[in-house]
Design a protein around this ligand. Structure first.
Ligand code: AP5
Ligand code: MG
Ligand code: ZN
Length: 210
């Protein structure tokens, strides 16, 4: 297997892309490239299309030129795990122009479970680590195990915005999944298992594929 693979993780909001990307980045010693985190760190950045915040808080996609530039700058040539991109056909085409994927993995989770995961998610304000009020509690309530930072709720994790994000996923991002399925490169993983079991399957899949 090549030491540092180019891995794409696909899946609906709340499927566990961020949670599992942390494992992938650790295991293969590659950077975690995620448009969501990059946009959250630059929410009020002025672009000719407006600020990312307005789109994100409504659960809508941020315009392609903004996210394409983030990805083009972040993908190096020493492997990566990419999470949250591409989300529409235009982004698929852009990505194909700038890199070659070694593994494309889809985390599948049912809709009702997704809503529970997202509305219960808490994230570290400092380092971005993910927790859940029921499924993945920190040692001390409200405090990050990794860095001691404060755990907060994402602004787009309210039930209404979660439903809109899921709607956008079905309409715009499911065709992306179908694109990779038709190309014969999609590996599907049962994302509804416990996090460790998902990771066992994901690691085995990456090891077999690259
Ligand atoms: P983004 O940040 O990418 O959000 P998302 O795709 O909606 O996915 P999430 O981060 O919500 O879920 P996740 O799959 O990472 O799940 P997690 O591991 O946290 O994007 C946000 C916004 O940015 C978009 O709406 C859009 O506006 C914009 N944007 C981003 N990329 C863009 C692009 N390319 N183009 C245009 N706009 C873009 O897990 C969720 C919860 O479940 C956690 O609490 C976790 O602890 C728990 N959990 C995880 N795994 C398990 C398990 N196996 N069992 C039980 N609980 C689990
Ligand atoms: Mg995420
Ligand atoms: Zn932290």
């Amino acid at each position: 297997m090549s030491q540092q693979p180019n891995v794409l993780l696909l899946g609906p909001p709340g499927a566990g892309k961020g949670t599992q990307s942390a494992n992938v980045a650790d295991e293969y010693d590659i950077p975690h490239v995620t448009t969501g985190d990059a946009l959250r760190a630059n929410k009020d950045m002025e672009t000719e299309h407006g600020t990312p915040r307005s789109f994100m808080e409504a659960g809508e996609l941020v315009p392609d030129p903004v996210v394409n530039e983030i990805v083009a700058e972040a993908l190096g040539d020493e492997g990566y795990v990419l999470d949250g991109y591409p989300r529409n056909e235009e982004q698929v085409a852009y990505l194909a122009d700038i890199t070659t994927l070694d593994a494309v993995c889809l985390l599948s989770v049912s809709e009702s479970e997704l809503v529970d995961r997202l509305t219960g998610r808490r994230v570290c304000d400092e380092c971005g680590a993910n927790y859940h009020v029921e499924f993945d509690q920190p040692a001390e309530e409200g405090v990050c195990d990794e860095c001691g930072g404060e755990l907060i709720q994402r602004e787009d994790d309210t039930e209404d915005t979660v439903r809109e994000r899921l709607r956008v996923y079905h309409e715009t991002t499911e065709p992306v999944v179908e694109h990779y399925r038709e190309a014969g490169v999609l590996q599907e993983i049962d994302g509804e298992q416990a996090p460790d079991a998902v990771w066992d399957d994901l690691r085995a899949t990456i090891d077999e594929t690259v």
